[in-house]
Design a protein around this ligand. Structure first.
Ligand code: ADP
Ligand code: MG
Ligand code: MG
Ligand code: MG
Length: 387
């Protein structure tokens, strides 16, 4: 659907829009509230307080709020996000919100309200463990990875998909903030004075930087599959029964291991922030990989259209490389969440200053270790890195 021109919505115009779309009757009394916590988008929660029927309206802003209006960002990312949610929904409908409507010009997506769930980062910080989280995310990633790859799509269709999900502005954010800036003395970085010696040691470590450069190059060039692109625990709603992935505005065709690595890193950072009950997080790391591998393997055997795929060694090589890449991407994510522009609350909200600095120092050390030992760290070894 197309409207004539872009305009940021207000609570009033957001209500008008959902009524015009017939999602609510014109006569209903609705309450709208902007609940976005991000720097790039508006998110309106709209509810009829009598019937409790509710809906979410997400709109992309044409700039990043964090640096005022001077950092322009393509509105097309809203269409990419909406397409990705629909695409994910075709494979794993129970793991994403339903999309009701998208308007390309307004950069608006209207979707299912998931307010009965909690953002998993917030819950994990409160000490929740979400027993089904890794089962669900492993399955989500295994399905998406296989079904959007060349092993499931026709070569012509795959190439059209790569074009459809070309997302240069958002990829550029990842390329800078995840892969480049944290490894150099660049002023977007942010870290405590006490960490300065550790950070300088990182900046002077040519071996670690070479690995970061290779992973960045792989991210730039390896269009293996449709990735979410921002799969941290703040992009996942959860409860003890349900898991829902949101916010794929960074979606594009990239390496199999990228989302896995970011998710694992965020589980690890939460474990690092805890004083007790870390075991469920390490179990989640192992289980995410096991479920991913089993899901991908089952689909490989039942749906593979590639003649070469009859040779099991190809599957084995792909899975081995995917995990090794995930370890490297986890290392980059751990480092950038510790000293880069966008931190995680798990570490920043540790109440004791001393414990916080120690946790961040450990994060930097382990991030570097992961980059240097991508071939040697198996999923169940994350637990031992903290000893
Ligand atoms: P951003 O891209 O700006 O980070 P998100 O899609 O992550 O935007 O949404 C920001 C916040 O808005 C989420 O953390 C959540 O609190 C709320 N939100 C987003 N989508 C939904 C939804 N479908 N249901 C309920 N709340 C949502
Ligand atoms: Mg956000
Ligand atoms: Mg978000
Ligand atoms: Mg986002």
């Amino acid at each position: 659907t197309k409207t004539e021109k872009y305009q940021p919505l207000t609570e009033i115009s957001a209500i008008k829009l959902v009524k015009k779309l017939g999602l609510f009757d014109a006569t209903e009394a609705l309450t709208a509230r902007e609940i976005g916590d991000g720097n790039l988008n508006l998110v309106f929660h709209i509810i009829n307080d009598q019937t409790n029927k509710s809906i979410i309206v997400k709109q992309a802003l044409p700039y990043a709020k964090v640096v005022g209006e001077s950092w322009p960002l393509s509105l097309n990312r809203a269409t990419i996000e909406s397409n990705a949610l629909k695409q994910f929904g075709a494979f794993t409908p129970e793991l994403v919100p339903t999309v009701y409507y998208h308007d390309e010009t307004l950069a608006v997506t209207v979707m299912e309200d998931l307010s009965h769930l909690t953002i998993s980062r917030a819950g994990l910080i409160q000490g929740e463990s979400y027993p089904l989280l890794s089962q669900h995310i492993g399955s989500f990633l295994g399905h998406i990875a296989f079904k959007t790859s060349d092993f499931a799509l026709k070569p012509q269709d795959k190439k059209e998909e790569v074009v459809k999900y070309s997302n240069p502005d958002l990829c550029n954010i990842t390329e800078d903030l995840v892969f480049t800036d944290p490894f150099f003395d660049i002023d977007t970085n942010e870290f405590e004075k006490a960490l300065r010696p550790d950070v300088e040691e990182l900046w002077n470590d040519g071996d670690v930087k070479l690995q970061a450069a290779k992973l960045k190059y792989k991210f730039l060039t390896n269009a293996q599959t449709l990735i979410h692109g921002d799969l941290h625990t703040g992009s996942i709603f959860a409860s003890s029964q349900e898991t829902k992935v949101i916010d794929p505005e960074f979606a594009f065709y990239g390496p199999f291991g990228f989302d896995l690595g970011q998710f694992v890193a965020n589980l690890f950072l939460n474990a690092l922030s805890r004083e007790t009950n870390r075991e469920p997080l390490f179990a989640h790391i192992t289980n995410t990989w096991n479920v991913f591998k089993d899901t991908f393997t089952a689909l490989w055997h039942s749906e593979n259209t590639e003649p070469f795929a009859k040779d099991e060694r190809l599957l084995h090589e792909i899975l081995t490389q995917t995990w090794q890449d995930a370890v490297g991407y986890a290392g980059c994510e751990i480092i950038r969440r510790t000293i880069g522009l966008a931190h995680v609350a798990d570490l920043d909200e540790i109440s004791s200053e001393e414990r916080k600095i120690n946790a961040k120092r450990t994060a930097l050390k382990i991030g570097r270790y992961l980059l240097l030992h991508q071939q040697d760290v198996s999923p169940n070894e994350f637990e031992h890195l903290l000893r």
